[in-house]
Ligand binder design. Sequence first.
Ligand code: THU
Length: 139
Amino acid sequence: MEDKVLIEKAFEARERSYSPYSKFKVGAALLGKNGEIYLGCNIENAAYSPTNCAERTAFFKAVSDGQMDFEAIAIVGGPAETQKGEGDFCAPCGVCRQVMAEFCDPKTFRIILGKSETDYKVFLLEELLPLSFTKEDLK
Ligand code: THU
């Protein structure tokens, strides 16, 4: 799967962002090792704290569908008026990084931050969440 295809899918997911409070729209496209792409958007709530990030929406959809092995995630986001190619890269929050650490290999899982299909950066999970606490620590 090409990075640009995943980024395109993340933009598609961003269209469905429910973010009336922050007006910050995020989309994510998570690639499973089964070849499926799971889309997610941020979903806000009047009580604020029930808000779910786009990345976690994608992960929870995948896991609840029985997929627990992943290759990469593309993330795009910014203020509602931000168009493709504008604004900043949208990095995943700490909680989403921790969810990634639960299911993904830190040395191979790729996190693609896109402004557009041609303007993007790629990180490994171990770069964005060094010294993580995982199920290995509970053994
Ligand atoms: N948000 C995400 O969905 N993913 C991120 O990586 C950063 C933040 C959402 C949460 C909230 O709905 C809005 O963006 C502003 O924080």
